[in-house]
Design a protein around this ligand. Structure first.
Ligand code: P6P
Length: 343
């Protein structure tokens, strides 16, 4: 039987790569390796809480709202606290930012500060928590600019192509950590008997073509013309210009929809719509679209907001939203082309 490689060994070997050649793609410095190990350990704790469900008294809503004005679920708050407590003392971070917190969380003075910035959506897909559907943690890592004595929100406002690591952990039938440090995408499945993440797939590739799209169809009447055109053509199937039938999936957990796309291809869309025209989209740039967009690109896919590459967007606010079209390259290119033609 081939020897399984643990996440720890995988990261140590990448760190060794760094010692050899610091700018080699995928080589990671010791502090980044520590960060990723700590995040993985936190995800194991979150997975345990999620798996308990009703037995752990963690389902249902908390009596609070997050910065987005959304009712927080008890597990949202638990997951956020787990990530903060796991990461604040290690000396690898300057600060953290979360969907569940209005401002940034600066590492307390009683702990050493590092150069990394960690952003996360601690439990994406909250609407699925109480109905036992896959949810997940999404994370993104940036480096704080060396100048400047103290860390501020401004330090986080870097375009997605500046990320040094990104990933998610999906809590589904398996708990799987999916990670990139810039040289492709790897997947690690949690071996609960050992209590460790084990490498189960490397060099993940998204097929350039697909017959599967993911979008919330109930918003159809609110979409912009290019999105309506694209979906209409998919629905016309073999009788329309695409000449092939399409399938539709919408799990309403971005982590689960993206995991399917990384596993078998597809296109995921949460576009701008006219329900709240002042908002560019529903999903957040810094800790949803950027990490997922980088993973998809690292696996050979594409990610745009309909007009530009998501990873090139210069953020102006920590919690800013963005329209998201990501997945199989040829489909994302088509949707983006339809936006250009409409403009
Ligand atoms: P809707 C979950 O709340 C989330 O942020 C993403 O994970 C998911 O793709 C989307 O919202 C689902 O939105 O409007 O279909 O419920």
């Amino acid at each position: 039987m081939t020897q399984r490689i643990s996440l720890t060994r995988y990261l140590i070997e990448k760190q060794r790569g760094h010692e050899g050649k610091a700018d080699a793609p995928g080589a990671i410095p010791p502090q980044l390796r520590l960060l990723l190990e700590v995040v993985a350990r936190a995800c194991k704790s979150i997975s345990l809480a999620v798996t308990k469900g009703a037995l752990g008294g963690v389902l249902g809503a908390a009596e609070s709202e997050n910065v987005q004005g959304e009712i927080q679920k008890k597990l949202d708050i638990i997951a956020n606290e787990v990530l903060i407590e796991a990461n604040e003392w290690g000396g690898h971070l300057a600060a953290m930012a979360s969907e569940e917190m209005e401002g940034i969380y600066t590492v307390p003075n009683r702990y050493p500060q590092g150069e990394y910035l960690l952003m996360f959506d601690p439990l994406d897909g909250s609407s699925n928590i109480d109905v036992n559907v896959s949810i997940g943690t999404i994370f993104s890592v940036l480096i704080k600019a060396p100048e400047g004595p103290s860390v501020s929100e401004q330090d986080f406002l870097q375009p997605g192509h500046k990320q040094v690591a990104a990933g998610y952990c999906i809590y589904g039938p398996q708990t799987t950590l999916v990670l990139t440090v810039g040289d492709g995408v790897a997947m690690f499945t949690l071996d609960r008997e050992q209590g460790s993440f084990v490498l189960t797939q490397e060099n993940v590739r998204v097929p350039e073509d697909t017959k599967e799209f993911a979008i919330n169809m109930s918003n159809m009447r609110h979409w912009d013309a290019p999105v309506k055109r694209y979906i209409d053509e998919c629905l016309q199937g073999t009788e329309g210009p695409r000449g092939k039938d399409f399938n539709m999936r919408w799990i309403a957990s971005m982590v689960a929809d993206v995991h399917r796309i990384l596993t078998r291809g597809g296109v995921f869309m949460y576009p701008w719509d006219k329900r709240e025209p002042e908002k560019p989209g529903k999903l957040r740039l810094m800790y949803e679209a950027n990490p997922m967009g980088w993973l998809i690109e690292q696996a050979g896919g594409a990610a745009t907001d309909g007009k530009q590459r998501i990873l090139d967007i210069q953020p102006t606010k920590l919690h800013q939203r963005v329209s998201v079209i990501l997945g199989s390259k040829n489909e994302v290119d088509r949707v983006t082309r339809y936006h250009a033609e409409a403009a």
